[in-house]
Ligand binder design. Structure first.
Ligand SMILES: Nc1nc2c(ncn2[C@@H]2O[C@H](COP(=O)(O)OP(=O)(O)O)[C@@H](O)[C@H]2O)c(=O)[nH]1
Ligand SMILES: [Mg+2]
Length: 339
């Protein structure tokens, strides 16, 4: 990172780092390019910004109408309690898992490269749902240029491996390297960890630290998956939490839901109107540390803007007491919003 970047640039960069929506990210990139001091020391960064703007613009415009490159869009708008990407080498059972968990009809085949575009689907756990995004394999035989941009909106990923496959370690190392080339780093820290590390301020704005859980698939046929995972981690240099599942027998799937709920730090908040019971439908979901105001924003922009106070029910020592907009909510809280 060259020195002498002005405060305007730093502000634009910090806004870019926070943004997850592709259009917002593009707007911030354009702003970074607009305000960057134009001198020799920033030549590389200017060129990098221009390339990124070009790529993101093309990806946002969608697949070309004419020519060979047609297909569905490559961005997935986040929904539910968290967006989780399914990554891994070919044929490890990503699509089979997606189909089983979301009821999607994600094509799962015995041959590689069946999945070509992102396929979202909802995985229900208790009264919330996680958005699982099935993806093409990460493989040198079939590099996918848009994958890094697509992953920007994910809260985390399942790195799905078939430890019964010869060559599994090499494939995982390749996945990791190919993603790293596109500045996606498979990280081990999740928002729900006891002491989540605070992001350093000088971190490269273009690098995505993607929380990762290593998932051994096909546990109905693969033996000693946990031992194999330990070996895999040692050999590949990955250091992530691990799980094992089967899309065929259903083994480990309930645990996967509970694991995501915990590690994405999901907090469910229910709403009610004065004198009435809890509103119908799913709870609003925020993250641990979020406040009454964060919930109000999900309910309606106008309610958030004019929010005066809330009444809080549902245990944790609250039975209708008045709380302010900055009060931290807890899982299971019931809120009456007063604006
Ligand atoms: N025994 C068993 N086979 C599976 C399981 N999941 C996937 N498969 C098989 O593994 C192959 C690849 O699956 P697929 O979901 O297409 O893998 P993807 O390329 O990672 O999406 C297919 O032949 C599936 O039937 C599982 O949990 N158990
Ligand atoms: Mg697939």
């Amino acid at each position: 990172m060259p020195a002498n970047l002005n405060p305007e640039y730093k502000a634009a960069e910090s806004a870019f780092k926070k943004a997850r929506d592709p259009q917002e990210r593009l707007d911030h990139l354009r702003e970074m390019l607009r305000v960057i001091p134009k001198h020799k020391g920033t030549d590389h960064l200017q060129a990098d910004l221009k390339t990124r703007i070009k790529e993101l613009t093309a990806q946002l415009a969608g697949p070309k109408k004419t020519g060979a490159k047609t297909g569905p869009p490559t961005f997935v708008h986040p929904e539910g309690a968290g967006q989780v990407a399914l990554l891994g080498p070919p044929n490890t059972g990503k699509s089979a898992l997606h189909a089983r968990l979301t009821g999607s009809h994600a094509a799962s085949e015995a041959y590689a490269f069946t999945t070509q575009y992102p396929q979202p689907g909802m995985f229900e756990h208790q009264d919330v749902a996680f958005q699982l995004v099935d993806l093409p394999p990460v493989s040198p035989e079939h590099p996918v240029p848009w994958i890094a941009n697509t992953l920007q909106s994910a809260d985390g990923c399942l790195l799905i491996v078939d430890v019964g496959r010869p060559g599994c370690v090499e494939e995982v190392v390749t996945v990791r390297e190919m993603l790293a080339e596109r500045k996606v780093v498979l990280g081990s820290i999740w928002p729900g960890d006891p002491n989540p590390a605070v992001e350093a301020d000088n971190e490269d704005p273009f690098t995505l630290q993607l929380p990762t859980v290593l998932v051994a698939s096909k546990s109905d046929v693969v033996e000693h998956a946990q031992d194999e995972l330990t070996v895999l981690e040692e050999l590949s240099g990955l250091d992530c939490p691990t799980l094992s599942v089967s899309a065929v027998s259903g083994e480990g799937l309930e645990e996967l839901g509970a694991w995501l709920f915990e590690h994405l730090a999901v907090v469910r908040v229910y709403t009610k109107k004065p004198g009435q019971g809890i509103d119908d439908g799913k709870p609003y979901t925020v993250r641990r540390g979020d406040t009454v105001l964060d919930v109000a924003r999900l309910v309606h922009r106008d309610i958030a803007a004019s929010l005066k106070y809330a009444r809080l029910f549902g245990g944790h020592g609250f039975e209708g007491q008045q709380v302010g907009r900055d009060h931290e909510v807890a899982d299971g809280d019931i809120l009456e919003l007063h604006s």
